[in-house]
Write a protein that binds this ligand. Structure first.
Ligand code: ATP
Ligand code: MG
Length: 414
């Protein structure tokens, strides 16, 4: 008979378990706590959308749309795409669900996103993001609030040390067009020395050349004209307000006038929180203002700003998280005690005590389980104890032991 081959995990996906899972959960728990402090509402949006949602709002020339999307035809013949990010789907919902009435709307979401990329450390095909957006607010105060939220999140995760906020402005539409033209002129003068990818970008998405990691492109990108010379007075004043707001809120930042975002809809504020602790995958949280996005989806011109962070990249930076604590492990010895323990465990759990039961092996092995789970107490239950209506409660740290009446157990273990 032919051997059945074990199925394999799909390249670029992850099974997250144990310590890795605890890190993952800590990022989400902290994000949930902090977003409440900033009065952002949770939102759930679909994992897939019409392909057009992403193609239109991200722009056909971006790496994500041109190379990285998981698109497929469903059984009805519609072209669908697994979300490569949250913003476009949230913007679509804002339009189709009539959320304009709540503007300005402060939202967060988290969950899996999908990009067909070459997998490596910190880069997966299914990864996970936390995401924050403010839709319908043109004020610089929104940019500031969103950045202070990001900063507090990193502080509460205790990874702010060694992570730098790099800030730039892409100006308004007028600024961006003028700067883009100047960049094209500059890059055309050096076209022969550019990498093949950047030669392609020159016509499709010249701003992206600034972002190229190819060593051939770096000196040319470094010598490119700065946006500052092209900033309209309004765009300059907007950037100034954001910068002043961050200073007032005590958020440290540095200017990176080479920082661009890959997506076409970005205007004004663009930013990345960057670390040197993750090698080439050093951007942990990134975003910006996308005032052109909702218009490009066919909606009324609506300002918006947002950011997303890779949960895996944040999780890698955390200190080792504590294991989940168990209050007690019940160690029943003998058939009668085991039967009785089932009821005791159920009662304790209903009373809010986190308790597990050791029902395998001899006494020593059962006590070892209590130790391995980091339980505060082992509750030993044998025939003697049952007869007296008590349990022997051993506090595993100090190793002290005392008898506790069964009906007072919950109290004693809490
Ligand atoms: P990169 O330059 O690393 O490809 P990006 O600019 O494509 O990042 P964004 O679209 O801004 O990334 O996504 C926001 C965040 O999501 C990133 O800062 C990063 O933390 C995370 N991220 C992006 N792509 C991946 C991936 N393939 N695997 C894991 N995390 C990712
Ligand atoms: Mg990318």
């Amino acid at each position: 008979m032919a051997r059945i081959e074990t199925p394999k995990r799909i390249r670029g996906t992850q099974d997250i378990f144990g310590e890795e899972q605890r890190r993952f959960a800590q990022v989400i728990d902290t994000f949930e706590r902090v977003r409440r402090l900033y009065c952002f509402q949770r939102v759930e949006v679909p994992i897939f959308e019409s392909t057009a949602v992403f193609a239109r709002s991200l722009g056909e020339t971006t790496d994500v749309v041109s190379k990285e999307m998981y698109s497929f035809e469903d059984r009805g013949g519609d072209s669908l795409t697994l979300r490569p990010e949250f913003t476009a789907g949230i913007a679509r919902a804002y339009l189709t669900e009539g959320w304009q009435q709540y503007a300005p709307l402060k939202l967060v979401a988290h969950g899996p996103v999908f990009r067909y990329e070459r997998p490596q450390k910190g880069r997966y095909r299914q990864f996970h993001q936390i995401d924050a957006e403010i839709i319908g607010a043109p004020e610089a105060a929104a940019d500031v609030e969103l950045l202070v939220l990001a900063d507090q999140l990193l502080r509460e995760l205790k990874i702010d040390d060694g992570v730098t906020l790099q800030l730039n402005t892409l100006g308004d539409a007028e600024t961006r067009d003028a700067w883009r033209a100047a960049l094209v002129t500059h890059f055309e003068q050096h076209e022969g020395d550019l990498s093949q990818d950047s030669k392609d970008r020159l016509t499709r998405n010249p701003l992206r050349i600034l972002d190229s990691k190819d060593p051939k492109d770096r000196p040319i990108a470094e010598a490119a004209p700065d946006i500052d010379a092209y900033l309209t007075p309004e765009a300059g004043a907007f950037f100034e307000s954001v910068a002043k707001g961050l200073d007032a809120a005590g958020v440290a930042w540095t200017r990176n006038s080479r920082l661009v975002r890959g997506l076409d809809y970005y205007r004004h504020t663009a930013f990345e929180f960057v670390t040197d602790r993750l090698g080439a995958q050093g951007t942990v949280l990134a975003g910006g203002r996308y005032d052109g996005l909702i218009g490009s989806l066919g909606g009324p011109e609506t300002p918006g700003i947002g950011w997303a962070a890779g949960i895996e990249r944040l999780a890698m930076l955390l200190d080792e998280p504590a294991v989940e604590k168990v209050d007690a492990v019940i160690v029943p010895m003998g058939a009668a005690a085991e039967a009785r323990a089932l009821a005791i465990v159920a009662d304790l759990r209903r009373a809010g005590v986190a308790v597990d039961m050791a029902y395998r092996g001899n006494m020593k092995r059962r006590m070892a389980k209590a130790d391995a789970q980091g339980a505060r107490f082992a509750v030993i239950l044998g025939d003697n104890e049952l007869e007296k209506g008590v349990a022997a409660v051993k506090e595993l740290g100090p190793g002290t032991q005392k008898e506790v009446a069964l009906d007072a157990l919950a109290e004693a273990l809490r």
